[in-house]
Design a protein around this ligand. Structure first.
Ligand code: APR
Length: 232
């Protein structure tokens, strides 16, 4: 891949597929067996916080043994080796990019390892698997805690959004890896980059709504394509 100035990488669930993490909409995807509206919305949590937490606890248990794969590693190396500005924008809440050593990283949908008190707003990192109590309560005020992720119908954190869109407007190269490109506002990022003159490269075993817009769309799995594409 020829050197570029400012680089932005956007990733989705597909980048973690080869770490054994189910995607959402692909074969065996979470939304094939679970209804998002019953588990990943503020309304669902209001109706039955225990049911929602049982699901997130189950997902955490699955993720606890997951390890970064060659795609995560290649992107962490690219960040370290790249002289120009670099930002990795991930929709994933699994923490695998950070575990691979990525630091110039924005987890726009939050992290499954974070919890937030619905009463006092206190956030904390919680790695216990399984959780000691369901639903967990705030050690400071005893309030009900919720998963530190962004649910359907919720706004993304303003700071994360501004960082992602600011970088997309200024980048010369955007890599889009392992996302179905159907969830907004993140699915706008490649369009913003393109409109500002950047080159967009997609990596996905399947076509997506982004494919016709991308300068190059590489059919393949992230852990196989990225090491050779990036030279790491
Ligand atoms: N390498 C690269 N891409 C892959 C791989 C792989 N090994 N395996 C699957 N994919 C691709 C699929 O073809 C699909 O296009 O990854 C994409 C995964 O799409 P989704 O399951 O829709 O996940 P994502 O795009 O991350 O979803 C966006 O939606 O459900 C919400 O908040 C959740 O962050 C998530 C958001």
């Amino acid at each position: 891949m020829e050197a570029a100035g400012a680089v932005v990488v956007v990733t989705g669930a597909g980048v973690s597929a080869e770490s054994g993490v189910p995607t959402f909409r692909g074969a065996g995807g979470l939304w094939r067996s679970f209804r998002a509206e019953d588990l990943a919305t503020p309304g669902a949590f209001g109706r039955d916080p225990r049911l929602v937490w049982e699901w997130y606890d189950w997902r955490r248990q699955g993720l606890a043994t997951a390890r970064p794969n060659a795609a995560h590693d290649a992107l962490a190396r690219l960040e370290r080796a790249h002289a120009g500005s670099f930002l990795l924008v991930t929709q994933n809440v699994d923490g695998l990019h950070a575990a691979a050593g990525s630091r110039k990283l924005v987890e726009v949908h939050g992290s499954i390892w974070q919890v937030r008190c619905t009463a006092c707003g206190r956030e904390r990192y919680e790695r216990a698997v399984p959780l000691a109590t369901l639903p967990p309560t705030c050690p400071a005020c005893g309030g009900l805690e919720r998963p530190g992720v962004v649910w359907f119908g919720e706004a993304l954190p303003a700071v994360a959004l501004e960082a992602a869109f600011g970088a997309a407007r200024a980048c010369e190269l955007m890599l889009v890896v392992g996302t179905s490109a159907v969830v907004y506002p993140i699915a706008y990022l490649p369009r913003v980059a393109r409109e500002n003159g950047a080159r967009v490269i997609e990596v996905n075993p399947e076509e997506t709504p982004l494919t016709p817009l991308a300068d190059e769309s590489i059919r393949g799995r992230a852990a196989e394509v990225l090491p050779s594409l990036l030279g790491f």
